[in-house]
Design a protein around this ligand. Structure first.
Ligand code: RFL
Ligand code: PHB
Length: 385
């Protein structure tokens, strides 16, 4: 088989890229190692920047999101129980959409007629500096696809980044000494807006998927196990980290999903190696505190899609030559914001009393300064693509 672009990974990055290429007459195939229902069972992001909303609209994937998603005009910050609202509409004139990554993925899967191969095992990338091809196994047989370009959209643990020779790539990384325990429950959200809470016992986040489904998180220590967290223990811990009125108003119920995610900041440079490109979590990881991971994946593929269309249709290499430096500029800014939100809101095991006072002062500065709030809002709603 010969095709113009092989995309590895059918997460939001791979599916969006596939759709962009399909709509512009570029022949592409997506290889995904898992089954489609497994991809849909992963509960992840919930906040979509307006730029990503517009990208999804432009490829015809926005209809259900506009019908069922919730437009949010701000967030609440809470610091040891003191509350501060950050009003995006007032501060920067923009909003975000609260709509689950699972739903975005489902909408993209339902929409596209593009070629997708699920349960593609042992994907390998070959000769990406010369005449690229990809091999994989399916139903016991090995297949080969020759192509012009390969897009690595296969997440942090994927195969594409690992296929690049060590000397050609630099990895920047910070691993945080804690994780997030997340619970999904069919109870009405405690608050209309998301609440990001700092507490000496650890960070907590009140998020939601709909008016009847909540998504809550608490910071947990490294090495903690989901099995040790009964629903009751989770609700008790969450309540303790919120201000008393919010804790009082919290509706609890049984969990329909419960998992622990580690927190990491990571950037690979560069993101182009001959005819191979990295995008989304394959290229970078942000801690979820800034709600940036899915959004960065979408902005990467918006730029990569345009570059590949230019290369395949107009036979111009300007876009692919500029890809790495263009996306890295925005990636580092999102990394900075996610690291800053994480540093402000979490409890770090080795923090001194001085560090704690700095966190408190940072919060008080935000509460007192419209300029500081504008900076937070500008980053949260998303920098221009
Ligand atoms: P994905 O979603 O990981 O998809 C990669 C796909 O590649 C497949 N794959 C392979 N396929 C073939 N061969 C191989 N060798 C392969 N190896 C892997 C995988 O099976 C998978 O289907 O990456 P993508 O598309 O780059 O999307 C990135 C986002 O999923 C991620 O950044 C976000 O979920 C991060 N994130 C959030 N982002 C936001 O923008 N807003 C949020 O509110 C937000 N909240 C979150 C989050 C991530 C979280 N976790 C669990 C890490 C909350 C949490 C708790
Ligand atoms: C979520 O709803 O899962 C969510 C929302 C905001 C974040 C992280 C996760 O910053």
């Amino acid at each position: 088989m010969r095709i113009q672009v092989v995309i590895i990974g059918a997460g939001p990055a791979g599916l969006t890229l596939g759709r962009l290429l399909e709509l512009n007459g570029v022949d592409a195939v997506i290889l995904e190692q898992r089954r489609g229902d497994y991809v849909l069972s992963r509960i992840r992001a919930g906040v979509i920047e307006w730029g990503a909303v517009e990208l999804l609209d432009s490829i015809g994937a926005g209809r259900r999101m506009h019908a069922e998603g919730l437009v949010h005009h701000g967030i609440e910050m809470s610091f040891d129980g003191d509350r501060q609202r950050v009003d995006f509409t007032d501060l920067v004139g923009k909003q975000v959409m609260v709509y689950g990554q699972t739903e975005v993925t489902r909408d993209l899967m339902d929409l596209s007629e593009g070629k997708r191969i699920y349960e593609a095992e042992a994907v390998e990338i070959h000769d990406f500096d010369g005449s690229p091809y990809v091999t994989y196994r399916k139903d016991g047989q090995t297949h080969r696809i020759d192509c012009d370009f390969i897009a690595g959209c296969d997440g942090f643990h994927g195969v594409t980044r690992k296929s690049v020779p060590r000397g050609a790539i630099v990895n920047y990384e910070r691993v945080y000494p804690f994780g997030w325990l997340g619970v999904l429950s069919d109870v009405p959200p405690v608050s209309e807006e998301l609440i990001y809470a700092h507490h000496e016992r650890g960070f907590a986040l009140c998020s939601q998927r709909s008016l009847t489904r909540s998504r809550y998180y608490v910071q947990v220590q490294e090495g903690e196990k989901v099995e040790d967290w009964s629903d009751d223990r989770f609700w008790d811990e969450l309540r303790r980290r919120l201000n008393p009125e919010t804790a009082e108003a919290m509706k609890t119920g049984s969990s329909i999903e419960k998992s622990i995610a580690p927190l990491r900041s990571f950037v690979a440079e560069p993101l182009r190696f001959g005819k191979l490109f990295l995008a989304g979590d394959a290229a970078h990881i942000v801690p979820p505190t800034g709600a940036k991971g899915l959004n960065l994946a979408m902005s990467d593929v918006a730029i990569l899609g345009a570059a590949l269309i230019e290369a395949c249709v107009e036979k111009s290499t300007a876009g692919i030559n500029a890809y790495s430096s263009r996306v890295l500029d925005r990636i580092w800014k999102s990394e900075r914001f996610s690291w800053w939100m994480t540093s402000l809101l979490h409890t770090f095991p080795d923090n001194t009393e001085f560090d704690r006072r700095m966190q408190r002062t940072e919060f008080e500065y935000i509460a007192a300064s419209r300029v500081a709030q504008q900076s937070l809002a500008e980053n949260y709603v998303g920098l221009p693509i």
